[in-house]
Write a protein that binds this ligand. Structure first.
Ligand code: GLA
Length: 727
């Protein structure tokens, strides 16, 4: 058991392979956070807390005049608002009398085998034996409100999860004004905050800032986790790097509005928080009702960022992703979007499929434009029936022909949206998210469909399941192409309007769950204008997510680098597209585009009619490379060798047995009279002998990792090199 309980049920030590997380319910029943870091025994680390009389830090009544005891200074598990902790809080409750206060105190605990579930929300799962759960009961001092703090311990993976359930056990209504899922208080040390920020077509670029007294905060109020800020952050020692230093990851398994922040308090302690964004959020709890805040996946590495990433890759691959494709090779796909945009017909699609099949591509994905009135992005969303005139027949006929070629058939959908110019909108204008009496904001000329409504979800389930069944669809690219605003639901009372954004996400999750239960072999690829909803929550439903609408191989180096800190390569949708690249105009070689796409689920997104015979030969070679390397890239350990921004960028995969490694290097700038390129491997077994594919030399792993190798020729700009080591 990884959960050790001491001091008569008041001291909780959560042990993972390399770390310890500890909390202690003190004599005033405040649940103190006493330690998180390198492994220790089960001694009570409350002794690390130094209490002094701090001016203007008030004292709760139980302190009985002891001015050294203040909630404003103590490290806590569930800091709550309005009762004397002036730092950022997890929970804030509005009571029936209008007061805003919450003071949760320890009231009991329960330890269980296996992972906990969260109703309607994604969460890490196990087979019932691979993890342990601790549930701590906290009671609000002056009302009948209970908070259950969930801790999941995945010992081997160095992962601890957190989630909160708030229950109103009283007979009066309360309103949750804020309910974040996790708080991490660091008593000592200086930390940096690493966030992953960006924009559409340039997602998840790391930004590293020292945490000081000025609050660092990122988040989303866009209704999706967003392109702009990813719901995964790292607090690490200021000196931490890829291979050294304490690193703490916080990764939210949620796809909607979120907040992550970090700040140092007046005494130099650091507090980091994560959860649903409290902005425009409130949640009414009538007597007996409860609210579940989504899961935060914490992980600690005592050896830098690489190890932290490996821990996240493993836990997400093994305990978040599900379904038939969780651990299996994904079909190499060809998507017609960049080949045709909206301008296609059935013949064009079949022509692409025919050529693709000859080259060894395994699935045709029919992107946007196949349904309703949809020859542009101004209309049609919501009308999920095929445009037979455009396709020259039914979807089942098209799919049948593609299946007859020995390929799988995939389809683009954007079910969470509605166009005003659609039959669905004409029939059900009340199903669109908009505020009565207020002209709504359009984005990509579309509105958001109200998935908080059961009737909308039923309609979508019926329509989509009919479609998937009839056309024997093997794969769905599930897109969502705008941010939400003008938030309102016609199905909810005014007192519940603060719940709508969250209920939209719950509705989306419920619909996906129903569809995946009905179609267990369906492969889902998440998408939101590329990587606008690339989060751990989506991975519960979709084992791969279109990483970015930017398919430029050089920009992808940056995007895929940032994505790699938390998300496994198996989750990264990545395609070879045409040049000049449609997003940047850049020209890179076919080979380089292939090498960059190999660090992902792999596929093509170009018009095969415009590909030369020579390039077609390259496609065949790339297909062969994909099959050769896929188990390595999909399930191997991923090492960031050289961050983008310098002369070249490089990354490496090493298989579990440490018998096979593949390093990819892409030159990103060229100079006259260039310096040589030197590179060293990582993650090899120091004792094993490896042959290197580029120079045929055999050396020990130790030598390849320490001395490395120098390329005989300096590659030119945008040229790439694959280096393989095999025992
Ligand atoms: C989004 C996706 C693209 C494509 C278009 C279709 O932008 O990210 O890949 O599917 O929608 O409209």
């Amino acid at each position: 058991m990884a959960i050790l309980v001491g001091e008569e049920g008041r001291l909780f030590t959560l042990q993972t392979a390399d770390g310890t997380y500890q909390m202690y319910a003190d004599e005033k029943n405040v649940l103190l956070h006493t330690y998180y870091g390198k492994k220790i025994e089960t001694e009570n680390m409350a002794e690390l807390i130094c209490r002094t009389d701090v001016g203007f830090a008030g004292n709760p009544p139980e302190a009985a005049g002891d001015r050294t005891y203040s909630l404003d200074c103590l490290p806590q598990e569930l800091p709550s608002g309005g009762v004397g902790d002036y730092r950022e809080e997890c929970v804030c409750i509005k009571h029936a009398d209008g007061s805003l206060a919450a003071d949760f105190r320890f009231a009991g605990y329960e330890v269980r085998k296996g992972a906990y579930k969260l109703p309607g929300l994604p969460a890490l799962y196990d087979g019932g034996q691979e993890s342990d759960t601790l549930v701590i009961t906290m009671r609000e001092k002056a009302s009948d409100v209970t908070a259950y703090l969930y801790y999941g311990v995945f010992e081997r993976e160095n992962v601890i999860t957190r989630a909160v359930r708030v229950e109103n056990n009283g007979d009066k209504e309360i309103v949750l004004e804020r309910c974040l899922s996790a708080c991490l208080d660091f008593q000592y040390g200086s930390y940096d905050f690493i966030t992953f920020c960006g924009r559409h077509a340039m997602e998840r670029v790391p930004e590293r800032t020292a945490i000081g007294r000025t609050k660092l905060e990122i988040g989303s109020l866009r209704g999706t986790s967003s392109h702009q800020y990813n719901p995964a952050v790292i607090c690490c020692e200021a000196t931490a790097g890829e291979e050294h230093g304490d690193c703490y990851g916080l990764c939210l398994a949620y796809s909607g509005n979120f907040l992550a922040c970090a700040q140092m308090d007046q005494r130099g302690q650091t507090r980091a928080l994560m959860g649903i964004h409290p902005g425009r959020f409130s949640y009414l709890l009538k007597a007996g009702e409860s609210f579940d805040a989504p899961q935060v996946i914490l992980s600690y590495s005592d050896e830098g960022l690489t190890k932290l990433s490996h821990q996240y890759h493993r836990i997400l691959r093994n305990h978040m992703c599900r379904g038939a494709y969780q651990h299996s090779k994904r079909p190499i796909l060809i998507n017609n979007w960049e080949a045709t945009y909206f301008d296609f017909n059935g013949e064009k699609i079949l022509n692409i499929a025919r050529q693709a099949a000859e080259l060894g591509i395994e699935m045709l994905v029919l992107d946007d434009g196949w349904f309703g009135k949809r020859d542009s992005d101004y209309s049609g969303l919501g009308d999920w029936y095929v445009n037979e005139r455009k396709l020259g027949g039914s979807l089942a006929q098209l799919s049948g022909k593609i299946h007859d070629m020995g390929m799988k058939f995939g389809l683009w959908l954007e079910p969470e949206m509605i166009s005003e110019d659609s039959d669905l909108y004409r029939r059900h204008p009340e199903w669109a998210v908009r505020i009565p009496g207020r002209e709504p904001n359009r984005s990509r000329s579309q509105l958001v469909l109200d998935l908080s409504r059961g009737d909308v979800r039923d309609y979508l389930f019926e329509t989509l399941s009919g479609l998937l069944r009839e056309a024997s669809v093997d794969y769905v690219k599930w897109d969502v192409n705008r941010s939400t605003c003008d938030v309102y639901s016609n199905a909810l009372g005014r007192e519940r309007m603060g719940e709508v954004s969250h209920r939209l996400i719950l509705g989306m999750y419920e619909l996906l769950e129903r569809l995946l239960t009905a179609f267990p072999n369906l492969l889902l690829e998440g998408c939101s204008g590329g990587g606008g909803r690339f989060d751990a929550g989506m991975l519960y439903y979709a084992p791969q997510i279109w990483c970015s609408d930017n398919t430029d191989a050089v920009n992808r180096l940056q995007i895929q680098y940032g994505t790699s800190f938390f998300y496994p390569v198996s989750a990264v949708g990545s395609h070879v597209s045409a040049v000049p690249n449609h997003q940047t105009g850049r020209i890179t070689s076919f080979a380089t585009r292939g090498h960059v796409a190999l660090a992902g689920s792999f596929g093509y997104e170009l018009d095969l009619n415009k590909v030369t015979e020579e390039e077609k030969e390259l496609v065949k070679q790339q297909v062969a490379q994909f099959h050769k390397y896929n188990s390595l890239t999909r399930e191997g350990d991923y090492y960031r060798i050289q961050a983008p921004g310098g002369r070249f960028s490089a990354w490496e995969f090493v298989d579990e047995a440490k018998e096979h490694a593949l390093l990819t290097l892409v030159m990103t700038s060229a100079e006259g009279n260039p310096f040589p390129v030197h590179i060293a491997a990582k993650g090899l077994d120091p004792e094993k002998q490896y042959r290197c594919s580029v120079n045929g030399q055999v050396h020990s792993g130790r030598t390849w990792m320490n001395a490395g190798l120098t390329l005989a020729r300096v590659p030119g700009e945008y040229e790439s090199v694959l280096i393989e080591w095999e025992v």
